[in-house]
Design a protein around this ligand. Sequence first.
Ligand code: SAH
Length: 218
Amino acid sequence: MNLKDTYRHKGLRRKLIASIREKGITDERILQVMETLPRHFFLDKAFEELAYEDRAFPIGNEQTISQPFTVAYQTQLLNVKKRDKILEIGTGSGYQAVVLAMLGGRVHSLERQESLYHRAKKMIELLQINNIRVYLRDGFRGLPELAPFDKILVTAGASDVPENLKEQLAVGGLMVIPVGPREVQKMLRITKVSEKKYETETFGNFRFVPFLKGINRS
Ligand code: SAH
């Protein structure tokens, strides 16, 4: 990893943010955070030149850092408020978790791949961001001991909406989750309107790496 942020990186980032804005992201706070946060910190040196293209990239263990547009899109749907207690499923590189923390969220992020968990944890420590906790856990179970959450964000493609996660939402809280078969998922936003009642809104198509069960210790 390279923790130097040069004028060149900043220039590339400005262009990336302009293109995301053109693709329909309107929340200026999100655009500002993404313009500030160096995405190349979260990628292998081999991808440094490409870090500011609007693409997903491999981060090891067959996983990817989400495309910047997708990060912005999910974050916008999540409507983050300062001090929101947020559960993220799929820490991956840690980039999305840091975006949520920079928006003022108190972030709890779960990852099932041990090596990614260690790497993201280290990066978050290096960046001295203290409103994120990462856990080596299976996201299907959520984090019951800290529930309820104001927001839940799932960054892997699920075949359906896990009941456990719905239950861990606060009343008035919402979850953003891509749901569908492996090839393509629809972005859903589920609002918990009362203890037993949920409302679902459906947005566009995306393609995420799969939401898998269990922990992988390699
Ligand atoms: N938010 C990440 C995107 C990573 S891709 C980022 O900003 O880089 C999705 C991640 O979800 C992968 O790292 C994958 O290992 C993880 N994942 C998949 N199923 C999971 C589960 N059941 N519990 C926790 N993490 C899971």
